[in-house]
Every structure is written in structure tokens, then in C-alpha cells.
Design a protein around this ligand. Structure first.
Ligand code: PMP
Length: 438
């Protein structure tokens, strides 16, 4: 008998089964496994504009965008051209290039707090290196982070971190010795009293305070202006450095990143060190940490803080990042993206209200969050009181209707400039349908 045509195509379920034989859990990053929501992860074959397609040929409107990098949508022509041209000139040299300098200059031009940039290949590397730099520059050991903020999987930061870890219900990872995290203090997000008490107790030993200014690893929770202002004051009083982890928010919530929004509310505000990733690579492995010249001079080869990378400043990745930054720097880009995101959020809220479902929404630029609760949460504990079963039903209902949302209630959502009004309409129609049954 002739083989039926369809047999040549592996289903998502078949691919997931096969993947689990050769890759732990079938995935190379835990959240992709759909553990929080159940069901079968979609194996993606291609993407274009606002859409991704899975192995079964199913099309989805993409609200993950590779977890943040794809702010222009997939395969933007100018970015594609830049990447192809760079690839023709060579994949990696392990030697300096003009393009790295251009990317550093572009970042410096967009973010006033920054005078120098070091490029790396992932947000994890950037966050880990920023901490080492802060410790090296201050000669101190203690670091402060906040519950629900994720700064990558460096040992010292895997202390009650959010994101994938929350799924498995472990406050810390196995394999991280207690000695390695003994200098990491984990405090409640948006809790001014706790940070004051921490500085009171340990002020002279604190190297840095690290924060996601809009936390995207506990869905979408803003650091309040008084909270950020107080951390800035405490860091200044005690000689600690304030690190903004803008891996997710950088160049996405505003062209000047989240710090530009806080500078509007707190005159003169800047963080001491900034961490970037995602958008600055446009989908290629690229991230960065950056600061004043004075602080960056501590890095090798100038100073005693060691940091390096074979693929750092990779020529193809920097071409992708530069082309992406050029597109998003065009006048009105973030305003238009923000309007799309707000339209989506307003529509979702209206659909939930009509269905009598408790719901709250927030967004900034191309990043959003929605909660199955009447008020926006302020910290991780509150986020985790969300009705998990209801979120899961909503997620799967949307997925069945061709809308690809983050597969966990503690992850932010991402919009892209490629989304059309028709895409937003289709998303809201699906949501109305699903919420009416939720
Ligand atoms: N910081 C933040 C705020 C992040 O959201 C992430 C990843 N989602 C990271 C750091 C780590 O980046 P990467 O996954 O590139 O290592």
C-alpha cells in the first residue's frame, strides 16, 4: 500500500516523545515543556511576521516572540538582510570588529546612564558578570535580589527565583551549595521596610541591589516609584551599586528602556549598572552589561574583574542587534507598539468583564500582563494566588484557537510591531469565546 501523505509529518506529540529520548524533558529550557499548563508543547517549524507555525502546519499569532527578542516580528526584511550579509562575511573571528563598537555606541546613545558596554551571549552571562563587577568594584560580598525576579541561572542568583523554578515548587536548585548563596539576600518586591531593614543590618557589606524594574518573571509587576527611589537613596548612602536587569524590559517598554520611565518619575534617576539581552540581539544570542566608564574600568583587561567569552560580540549577532535597534529607533515606534498592546489589554479586560471573570491587566510598550484576579498584584506571593486552573483553561482555549500565549501564569507577554489590527481582533474574538466558557 502507498504510504499516506500525512504519515511523513511528525505530530507535535510524536516529536515530543522523540525529543524526550535524547534531551532531558524534551526541551532545552524548562518553560518550553508546558509543565505548568499541561499538554503537548508545539514544535515550531517556521515563523514570519506575527505568526509561528508548528510541525502540524498549525498557525499561531505569536505573543511570546522568543520570550522578548522578536519586537519587530519574525523575519523583518532589513534585519534578515543584515544577518545574511554578515553571515557571508564570516560567522565568528574571536577578534574585535567595528560592528561591536557600533552596537556599543548605539546602546550608549539610547541610554544616558551608560558610558561603556561589554557584550556577552546570554542574559544569564550578563547578570552573572554584572554581579561580579559590582562585587569587584565595591570590594563587598553581599547582594540583594527580590522574590519573583529572575536574573538568569547563575549559582548565586538561584535563590527562590521565579520563572521555570516556580513550576517545580523548589525554592532553590539542587547543585547550588549553601555556601555559594550565603551572601544572597532575597527580599519581597515592592516592600520598602524590608530593604530598609536589610541596609540597616548589612549596609557596609552590600555590593549591590539587583532588580527587574518591571518584573516579567512573575507575569508583569511594576516596581513602585517610591520603592525604586528608596533603593536608590539607600544604595547612595551605603555605597552599594543599583543594578537594573533590563534583559526583558530593555528597548521594549520604551526606547530608553525602563530606566527612562523611572527617570521621568524620579528626577535625575539612573541605575549604576544595566543588564540587557533579548531585543539587543533581535533573536540572536547576544546580551550586555553596561555602566559608567569608572565602574567598567574594573573589567579585564584593564582591571582585576575577570570576564570573557569566545563568541562575545559575535559578528552575525551584532549585525542582527544593530539592524533591530535601527528599526525600533524610528520615530513613533514604541508609541505605536504601546497602542497595539493597550488595545489588546483593554479588549481582554472588556471580554473578561462581559463574562463576569475577575481580571486585571497592565502593559508598557511591547510587554504585558493579565491576571485572573480583580486587582493587580504587587509581589510574588500575590501573583501566585492566581486561579491556576482558570489560567490553564484560558491558555489551552486560546492555543486551540491559534493564539500562542506564554505557557505559565507567571510569565509576561510580548507584542511585536508585526501584529495587525486583524490579528488583535482575531485574538480578542478568541478570548471572548474562551472566557465565556471559563
Ligand atoms: N534576566 C531577565 C529579567 C530575564 O527575563 C532573563 C530570561 N528570561 C534573564 C535575565 C536570563 O537571560 P537568558 O535566558 O538569555 O540567559
Amino acid at each position: 500500500l502507498p504510504r499516506p501523505e500525512a504519515a511523513a509529518v511528525s505530530t507535535n506529540a510524536q516529536l515530543f516523545e522523540r525529543a524526550q529520548q535524547s534531551i532531558p524533558g524534551g526541551v532545552n529550557s524548562p518553560v518550553r515543556a508546558f509543565r505548568a499548563v499541561g499538554g503537548t508543547p508545539r514544535f515550531i517549524t517556521r515563523a514570519e511576521g506575527a505568526y509561528i507555525w508548528d510541525a502540524e502546519g498549525q498557525r499561531y499569532i505569536d505573543y511570546i516572540g522568543s520570550w522578548g527578542p522578536m519586537i519587530l516580528g519574525h523575519g523583518h526584511p532589513a534585519v534578515l538582510e543584515a544577518v545574511l550579509a554578515a553571515a557571508r562575511d564570516g560567522f565568528s573571528f574571536g577578534a574585535p570588529t567595528e560592528r561591536e563598537v557600533e552596537l556599543a555606541e548605539a546602546i550608549i546613545g539610547l541610554v544616558p546612564s551608560i558610558e561603556q558596554v561589554r557584550l556577552v551571549s546570554s542574559g544569564t552571562e550578563a547578570g552573572m558578570s554584572a554581579i561580579r563587577l559590582a562585587r569587584g568594584a565595591t570590594g563587598r560580598s553581599k547582594i540583594i535580589k527580590f522574590e519573583g525576579c529572575y536574573h538568569g541561572h547563575a549559582d548565586a542568583l538561584l535563590v527562590k527565583a521565579g520563572s521555570g523554578l516556580a513550576t517545580f515548587g523548589h525554592p532553590t536548585s539542587a547543585g547550588v551549595p549553601a555556601e555559594v548563596v550565603q551572601h544572597t539576600l532575597v527580599l519581597e518586591y515592592n516592600n520598602v521596610e524590608q530593604i530598609e531593614a536589610a541596609f540597616q543590618a548589612h549596609g557596609k557589606d552590600i555590593a549591590c541591589v539587583m532588580i527587574e524594574p518591571i518584573a516579567g518573571n512573575m507575569n508583569f509587576v511594576r516596581a513602585s516609584v517610591p520603592f525604586v527611589k528608596r533603593i536608590r537613596e539607600l544604595c547612595d548612602q551605603h555605597g552599594a551599586l543599583f543594578i537594573f536587569d533590563e534583559v526583558m524590559t530593555g528597548f521594549r517598554v520604551a526606547l530608553g528602556s525602563a530606566q527612562s520611565l523611572y527617570a521621568k518619575a524620579i528626577p535625575g534617576f539612573t541605575p549604576d549598572i544595566s543588564v540587557f539581552g533579548k531585543v539587543i540581539g533581535g533573536g540572536m544570542p547576544l546580551a550586555a552589561f553596561a555602566s559608567s566608564r569608572r565602574i567598567m574600568q574594573n573589567l579585564a583587561p584593564l582591571g582585576p574583574v575577570y570576564q570573557a567569552g569566545t563568541l562575545s560580540g559575535n559578528p552575525v549577532a551584532t549585525a542582527c542587534g544593530l539592524a533591530t535597534l535601527k528599526e525600533i529607533s524610528k520615530p513613533g515606534f514604541h508609541e505605536a507598539l504601546g497602542a497595539k498592546t493597550r488595545r489588546l489589554m483593554t479588549g481582554l479586560k472588556a471580554a473578561a468583564d462581559a463574562a463576569g471573570v475577575p481580571f486585571s491587566v497592565d502593559s508598557e510598550g511591547g510587554m504585558f500582563g493579565f491576571f485572573f484576579m480583580p486587582e493587580l498584584p504587587q509581589n510574588y506571593q500575590q501573583v501566585m494566588t492566581t486561579d491556576q486552573a482558570r489560567f490553564n483553561r484560558f491558555f489551552h482555549g486560546m492555543l486551540e484557537r491559534g493564539v500562542y500565549l506564554a505557557p505559565a501564569l507567571y510569565e509576561a507577554g510580548f507584542t511585536s510591531a508585526a501584529l495587525s489590527d486583524a490579528d488583535l481582533d482575531a485574538t480578542l474574538a478568541a478570548a471572548k469565546d474562551v472566557l465565556a466558557q471559563a
